[in-house]
Design a protein around this ligand. Structure first.
Ligand SMILES: O=C(O)c1ccc(O)c(O)c1
Ligand SMILES: [Mg+2]
Length: 622
């Protein structure tokens, strides 16, 4: 798979863009005219830079408003093209993208359009270049690749071919089966972009919200599969217009782009009767969260211990040699690491007491590592003693670790590395059963990067994006989940400076786990016990409960109980959801307890209530 990316997809100066593209492992780069025009050197200088970086330039674009112009403008359009062709030769590319005409002057006369492309093809042949015709979704007369293909077919000139761009076709809902009509030798170039499903103006949607494959909702697999089935073996190039990417690190976006194309190809390779053979290890979904590890100083550890105790966790083991404790309840293991050196300690110094690692159980650790390597995901290994499990790990959100455990290791590790502590009978009353989800908070600009990480590496599914109102701005939130919902993460990021999300990222010096939700099957019992144990809770206003009665027609008694214990409630067509929150530990991490009765979401309707309650604490503190 020959992969390229358009300069428009990446932030920075042209030089910075090219370096980022080359480092990410692309073979080619589409040069956007604007990047050429703003560059203080000749096209030949750009060509030399590309050569130094080992990149080729398979496409120059765009050339606009060409076909079907009234007679008096036709000659000028051809002259304009001739100038561009000279530039292209200097730049070292032989293909230009001509996008369908958007000018109000354009005529839709098909015979004229075919004639124009015939003339352009002749001119191109003289200059030793080729033309690729792309139907813009908002083209004045041609806005469907089926129409563009029929024109290219009828022009029948060796220097005139078709360019397919997933956005233009999928945004308009054009069936990908129609790609089967395109002849591979006439398909000159393929551009790939995904996008979240928005019901909005096509041009605005395309110019601001395109994403890497896997970060959006378009049916890219069918589309890419249809292209492979034609026998096309040319370039696959990302053309991503996205406001966030323009503001993000070029290196990050380029690396994600490369990752997204590898993952897209692999998804197609894993469909029935694959159009391409698989070339990397398959995605292996984690079966559950084995543990969550906190890196804390001894001072903060006391606070954390009392919070965990109040939630019903018991100290069940100590590491044989290290200052590491295991606190457990149900199938949940919380690790408290106060070691004065090592990864956890560095993490604590950097961020303050917080989640430095999680452990995921996976059926095939080697496959996870192989896939991570293929996707350019960083692995982490640290020195271990001979009697310790050498758990490999991936670098996850904010540099925290995702340890990988086989099911066997998950059974053995506590016995092998920890000295068990017998707990008194009366403490043995698990109210919380398992980790329901881990909520990560991150910079707005890196949000899509982590969506892609979980989707590409573990084959997790995305829920629709939701916007949550914090009293000080909007927060964007999206969950990634395994197909069986046994492992769930929510990702949160905000563009507004003072939202709780943004303050977390500022105070924490980066992205991290902001809250952890545990599942119970009796929320009232869990809340009552937590109250009795002195858990500091997030208070919810009575107005919320009055509104609940109005919205859901719930029995008074239930609402009174929920109000007494500050339990939030949500319902959808599948079931009911109950949740309550602890206050934050170290002003960073807080806990949530949830009970799901058939409900699959995260109580998005309640998130603004929770954020408002948390904002009150901030107001009181200042
Ligand atoms: O938004 C545009 O105008 C535009 C230009 C060139 C392209 O290849 C494209 O997909 C969109
Ligand atoms: Mg395009």
């Amino acid at each position: 798979m020959k992969t390229a990316i358009a300069t428009v997809s990446i932030s920075g100066t042209l030089e910075e863009k090219l370096v980022a593209v080359a480092r990410a492992g692309f073979l080619g780069v589409e040069i956007f005219e604007n990047d050429l025009i703003t560059f203080p050197g000749s096209p030949a200088d750009i060509r030399a830079m590309l050569a130094d970086l080992g990149l080729s330039c398979p496409l120059f674009q765009p050339f606009r408003d060409f076909e079907g112009m009234p007679s008096e403008l036709r000659e000028r359009a051809l002259q304009r093209a001739a100038r561009k062709f000279s530039v292209m030769r200097e730049l070292g590319t032989d293909l230009v993208l001509v996008c369908s005409n958007c000018s109000p002057l354009a005529l839709g006369d098909r015979a004229r359009i075919i004639d124009d492309f015939g003339a352009l093809g002749e001119l191109a042949a003289k200059h030793g270049v080729r033309i690729g015709y792309e139907a813009l979704a908002w083209g004045r007369h041609v806005n469907d690749h089926r129409e563009a293909w029929s024109i290219v077919r009828d022009v029948d000139h060796p220097n005139v071919g078709l360019i397919l761009d997933s956005f233009h076709s999928l945004a308009r809902g054009i069936p990908s089966a129609s790609i089967g009509d395109v002849r591979a030798n006439k398909l000159f170039f393929v551009q790939v972009a995904d996008a979240p499903r928005f019901d909005m103006d096509l041009l605005q949607w395309s110019r601001h919200f395109r994403t890497m494959p896997g970060q959006g909702d378009l049916a890219l697999e069918e589309w890419a599969e249809a292209i492979w089935r034609t026998g096309y073996d040319g370039w696959w190039s990302l053309e991503i217009f996205n406001d966030r990417f323009r503001a993000a690190s070029g290196q990050l976006v380029a690396r994600d782009g490369a990752r997204s194309l590898i993952a897209l190809r692999d998804t197609v390779a894993r469909r029935p009767r694959p159009a391409v053979p698989a070339s990397i290890a398959p995605p292996v979904a984690p079966s559950h969260v084995s543990f969550i590890e906190f890196a804390v100083s001894e001072d903060e550890a006391e606070q954390l211990r009392s919070l965990m105790s109040a939630l019903g966790f018991c100290l069940t083991g100590r590491h044989k040699r290290k200052a590491v404790e295991r606190w457990a309840q149900g199938a949940i293991n919380l690790i408290v690491n106060t070691e004065p050196e090592g990864f956890a300690h560095s993490f604590d110094i950097m961020h303050g007491g917080s989640v430095c690692a999680i452990g995921l159980v996976v059926a095939d650790v080697a496959a996870v590592l192989d896939r991570a390597t293929a996707l350019g995901i960083d692995l982490f290994r640290q020195a271990v003693a001979p009697d310790e499990h050498a758990m490999p790990s991936l670098r996850g959100v904010g540099g925290s670790l995702i340890y990988l455990l086989s099911p066997q290791e998950n059974d053995q590790i506590w016995r092998d590395e920890f000295i068990g502590i017998d707990r008194p009978e009366e403490q043995d009353c698990a109210r919380l059963m398992r980790v329901d989800h881990i909520a990560y908070t991150m910079h707005y600009e890196e949000f899509l990067s982590w969506v892609l990480f979980f989707v590409a590496q573990f084959g997790m599914e995305k829920t629709p994006l939701v916007e949550i109102s914090d009293p000080l701005g909007l927060v964007q939130s999206q969950a990634v989940e395994t197909a069986d919902r046994a492992v769930r993460f929510t990702l949160n990021g905000s563009n507004a400076q003072q939202t709780l999300s943004s303050r977390f990222v500022q105070n924490y010096f980066g992205a991290g786990a902001q809250h952890i939700a545990f599942a119970t099957d009796d929320i009232v019992a869990a809340a009552r016990a937590a109250d009795a144990a002195g858990l500091e809770r997030l208070p919810i206003p009575q107005n919320y409960y009055d509104d609940l009665i109005a919205r859901f027609a719930l029995p008074d008694e239930l609402v009174e109980t929920m109000a007494a214990y500050h339990i939030l409630y949500d319902r959808d067509d599948r079931g009911e959801y109950f949740q309550f929150y602890s206050r934050a530990f170290g002003k960073r991490v807080f806990f949530e307890v949830v009970e799901r009765r058939g409900y699959d979401g995260y109580g998005a309707a309640n998130a603004s209530i929770r954020l408002a309650a948390q904002a009150r604490y901030k107001a009181m503190a200042t």
